[in-house]
Write a protein that binds this ligand. Structure first.
Ligand SMILES: [Zn+2]
Ligand SMILES: [Zn+2]
Length: 88
């Protein structure tokens, strides 16, 4: 098992894994693909990249937009997997 502590962009997938982000000297981590920025030292920092803005906006206005209508036919609800989860 390798210890991979590299930060990865949650939005960009490269091959089978998430794209590795570039770490800047001031502790910032930035995805060179989509511009996603993480600033671990500042929890209040809000990433201005397109993806985060979209997510933030979608959360705030969840019922405002009908998201991606073209996928309506093949849309799978996230979190619901086949098979039963046992409890107890
Ligand atoms: Zn990215
Ligand atoms: Zn972002």
């Amino acid at each position: 098992m390798r210890t991979d502590k590299k930060p990865r962009c949650p939005y960009c997938i490269l091959g089978a894994e998430f794209r590795v982000m570039r770490v800047l000297g001031n502790g910032r981590q930035i995805c060179e693909h989509c511009g996603h920025i993480i600033f671990p030292q500042d929890r209040a920092f809000r990433c201005p990249c397109q993806e985060c803005v979209e997510v933030h906006f979608a959360l705030k206005n969840a019922s405002f937009f009908s998201i991606r209508p073209r996928f309506a036919g093949v849309y799978h609800e996230p979190g619901k997997k086949r098979g039963r989860a046992r409890k107890g």
